[in-house]
Design a protein around this ligand. Structure first.
Ligand code: ZN
Length: 392
C-alpha cells in the first residue's frame, strides 16, 4: 500500500499552518504524521503531492442533509418518486458530494438513508460516510405529517418519520430507529411553516424526555428540529445534542446551549435560497440577520449543516455555500471549524475531522486559500479528495 506525502498550506481542523507535511498510509487509511517540514519523516518511495497555491483541509462535513431525489418540489413530487429511482439519484448525489470535498454527512430524513449509508460503507457506491437517522420522529399531525393524505398513506409514502404520541410510543419509535440501523435520533420539536400551523412546539415535555432518555439508553445522539423560543427551550431543557435550524434563538437560550454543550446547526443556505417560499417571513429574515450574531456573542458552538434536500432548486453539490453563509458571521476560520473538527464530533465520528497523527486520512485539497477567500471551497476549485487514505 502506498504512502502519500502532501505538502503545502493546511487547515488542521482548528487553525491554519503555512507550510506543513501530511504523511498518509493508504493501507490503514490514517494519517501517520502531520507537522512542519522536516518534522515528519518522508520515506523514500512515497508518492509526493505538492500543493502549490492551494490548501489542504480535513474532508468537509455537512451535518444536516436529506436525499429526496426528486426533480420538482413538494410532497406529492417526493411521494411519487419510485424507490429504485430515488436510490439511484441518491447515489448520484453521494458522488457529487464526495467530489465536492465532503467526506461525511449526517442524513436527517430520507427514504432509504440507512441503505445509502450501507452501500457506501460496503464500497458499492462512491460517497461520503453517511450517519443516518433511519427515520425521524414526529407527532401525529405534526410537521412531517403532510396534510391531504390519509394517515396511513402519510406514514408510509409521504413522510420519512415514525409518527408517535405519548412517551411509550416515542420510546418505541427510538427503538425502531435503532433497529433500522439509525445512528442518530432526529425528532420534530416544532412545526416549520409547512402545515400552516405556525411554529408551535411539537411533542410534550414528557414525550421529549422519553425520546432523549431512550436515545441515551441506546447510545444515540439526539437532533431536534426546532423553530421558536418555546421549542428550542424544551429541546435544550430535555437534553438534546443539537438544535437544527434554531430560528428564534434568544441570548438566554444561546447561553444555555453553550453551557450544556448543545450544538447549533443553522442551515442558513436553505433560507437564503431565492426559491425558498417563506423567505419574507419575519422569523426567517431574523434568522438570516441576527440569530447567528446571538450565537456568536454567547459562544454557542455552531456546526455546519445545509439542509440541502436534493430536490428542485436545492440540489447537492454546492453544499460549501453553507460554510460561506456561516463565515459571514463567524469568520472563515471558525466556519471551517464548524465544518470539520466540530462537525465530526457532532456526528460522533472517531478520529475524524482533524489533520493529526492517528486520525482518518479524509482530506480535500483546494486551489486558493480559504483563510482569505471562502470561495476557494467551491467544487470547481477542489483539486483532490482523499477518503480513507485513497484519492477519489
Ligand atoms: Zn432538514
Amino acid at each position: 500500500m502506498a504512502t502519500f506525502i502532501l505538502r503545502g498550506k493546511a487547515f488542521d481542523g482548528m487553525r491554519f499552518h503555512e507550510d506543513v507535511v501530511v504523511r498518509v498510509d493508504s493501507g490503514s487509511g490514517t494519517i501517520l504524521g502531520f507537522g512542519e517540514r522536516g518534522s515528519v519523516e518522508e520515506p523514500r518511495g512515497s508518492k509526493k503531492v505538492t500543493v502549490e497555491g492551494g490548501t489542504i483541509l480535513p474532508g468537509l462535513i455537512d451535518a444536516h442533509v436529506h436525499f429526496y431525489s426528486s426533480r420538482g418540489e413538494g410532497v406529492n413530487e417526493w411521494a411519487s418518486v419510485p424507490d429504485t429511482l430515488a436510490v439511484l439519484r441518491g447515489a448520484g448525489d453521494m458522488r457529487k458530494l464526495l467530489r465536492a470535498g465532503f467526506t461525511a454527512v449526517r442524513e436527517l430524513g430520507t427514504k432509504g438513508g440507512v441503505h445509502l449509508a450501507q452501500a457506501v460503507a460496503e464500497g458499492a457506491i462512491e460517497g461520503p460516510e453517511v450517519v443516518s437517522c433511519a427515520r425521524a420522529l414526529a407527532q401525529t399531525g405534526g410537521d412531517d405529517d403532510p396534510p391531504g393524505f390519509q394517515l396511513e398513506v402519510a406514514q408510509q409514502l409521504a413522510s420519512y418519520t415514525y409518527f408517535c404520541d405519548g412517551p411509550w410510543e416515542c420510546r418505541k419509535a427510538v427503538r425502531k430507529v435503532a433497529r433500522d440501523g439509525g445512528k442518530v435520533v432526529k425528532f420534530y420539536a416544532s412545526g416549520a411553516f409547512s402545515r400552516g400551523t405556525g411554529v408551535k412546539p411539537n411533542f410534550t415535555v414528557e414525550e421529549t424526555r422519553a425520546i432523549v432518555d431512550e436515545s441515551r439508553r441506546l447510545g444515540l445522539k439526539v437532533a431536534a428540529h426546532a423553530y421558536g423560543e418555546e421549542a428550542i427551550e424544551r429541546a435544550v431543557g430535555c437534553g438534546v445534542d443539537s438544535v437544527e435550524h434554531g430560528l428564534g434563538l434568544t441570548p438566554r437560550l444561546a447561553s444555555e446551549m453553550k453551557r450544556k454543550g448543545v450544538r447549533y446547526v443553522p442551515t442558513l443556505v436553505t433560507y437564503a435560497n431565492p426559491a425558498y417560499k417563506n423567505r419574507h417571513n419575519e422569523m426567517v429574515k431574523r434568522h438570516l440577520s441576527e440569530d447567528m450574531l446571538v450565537a456568536k456573542e454567547k459562544g454557542t458552538e455552531v456546526v455546519m449543516g445545509s439542509d440541502i434536500v436534493g430536490d428542485g432548486a436545492r440540489q447537492h453539490g454546492r453544499n460549501y455555500e453553507e460554510i460561506a453563509e456561516e463565515a459571514k458571521f463567524l469568520g472563515n476560520r471558525e466556519a471551517l471549524v464548524a465544518a470539520t473538527s466540530r462537525a465530526a464530533d457532532c456526528l460522533g465520528l472517531e478520529n475524524a475531522g482533524v489533520l493529526r497523527e492517528g486520525y482518518r486520512a479524509d482530506m480535500v485539497v483546494v486551489r486558493g486559500d480559504p483563510e482569505a477567500d471562502i470561495q476557494a471551497l467551491a467544487p470547481e476549485r477542489v483539486v483532490r479528495v482523499m477518503k480513507c487514505g485513497r484519492f477519489v
